[in-house]
Design a protein around this ligand. Structure first.
Ligand SMILES: NC(=O)C1=CN([C@@H]2O[C@H](COP(=O)(O)OP(=O)(O)OC[C@H]3O[C@@H](n4cnc5c(N)ncnc54)[C@H](OP(=O)(O)O)[C@@H]3O)[C@@H](O)[C@H]2O)C=CC1
Ligand SMILES: O=C(O)C1=N[C@H](C(=O)O)C[C@H](O)C1
Length: 255
């Protein structure tokens, strides 16, 4: 049995993960990191703790859907007690991202801003289309529920990175995050990444390629959070058998 710990267990994703881990064959729910208070029932033997180090002691793999500061603490503590980490949180600073890279030198770490199989494939398609339709303008729009705190979504930024990569560009230098007022005409290389928020939208990403006379839009819509929790569980089962390194969901899916 693989012992699983969850960071962010009281969140929207945490609720699905607890249920899905308890249902999954070959996995044992060993511990939950709880920042405040747990409101769902779990078996008595599950460790419930606000200490990352205590959680790490009882787990073979940790799945993290939380907040950047919590993931930072997780990586810092995991460097003292290396454990496989599946990281799904988004909205990291450069420092927090570097910390994840450092952790991956000591343990297997799988980081993906989106745990769905559809987005794993879409990243590759976006890079291919970007490289092939070189004259087309690229624009990215994401839509999420009203509670999401980071923008644009981690997935939209990842898709932007793949789009930029297809053209040999760096997203940080070509990204536009808003347009308002007399801003002038669109420049050739810019890639806008725009965020819309409302209602209960689980996650919707559209990468558009626009030219004179035609346009192509690639869209992915997640209709259930179980897509992400089950994707993360598949990743955890795969990751426990890997050596130290930084992996993505594409490595786990073999695509
Ligand atoms: N990669 C993917 O496929 C996906 C990634 N995500 C990402 O996962 C993250 C969580 O999403 P979601 O569940 O909707 O968010 P929620 O806000 O519902 O949950 C966040 C969780 O993190 C906990 N938390 C917040 N701050 C801290 C802290 N300082 N220390 C410890 N725990 C903390 C919260 O605890 P408390 O309740 O006590 O505040 C809560 O359990 C987001 O970054 C989101 O973008 C979401 C879906 C898919
Ligand atoms: O916060 C969410 O809900 C989601 N976050 C991820 C992101 O920021 O890309 C993935 C998914 O779209 C849902």
């Amino acid at each position: 049995m693989t012992k699983v710990g969850i960071v962010g267990s009281t969140g929207r994703m945490g609720a699905h993960l607890i249920k899905n881990v308890l249902e999954e064959e070959g996995l044992e729910l060993a511990g939950l990191h709880v920042f405040d208070e747990l409101t769902v029932d779990v078996p008595a033997e599950v460790l419930i703790t606000n200490s990352m180090s205590e959680l790490l002691k009882v787990c073979d793999v940790i799945i993290d859907f939380s907040a950047p500061v919590a993931t930072q603490e997780l990586c810092e503590e995991a460097l003292k007690n290396p454990t496989a980490l599946v990281i799904a949180t988004t909205g990291f600073t450069a420092h927090q991202q570097n910390l994840m890279t450092e952790a991956a030198k000591e343990m297997p770490v799988l980081y993906s801003s989106n745990m769905s199989a559809g987005i794993a494939l879409l990243k590759q398609l976006v890079e291919q289309v970007s490289a092939t339709l070189k004259d087309f303008d690229i624009e990215i729009v994401e839509q999420h529920h009203r509670h999401k705190v980071d923008a644009p979504s981690g997935t939209a930024l990842t898709l932007g990175e793949f789009a930029a990569k297809g053209r040999g560009l760096d997203l940080d230098t070509v990204r536009v995050s808003g347009r308002d007022g007399q801003i002038g005409a669109r420049t050739k290389d810019e890639i806008a990444v725009m965020a819309l928020r409302g209602g209960d939208i689980v996650g919707r990403h559209t990468v558009g390629f626009y030219n004179d006379g035609e346009f192509l839009e690639l869209n992915h819509t997640a209709t259930s959070r179980e897509t992400f929790s089950k994707g993360a569980i598949r990743a955890a089962k795969w990751l426990v058998d890997q050596k130290s390194g930084l992996y993505s969901i594409n490595d786990c899916l073999g695509i």
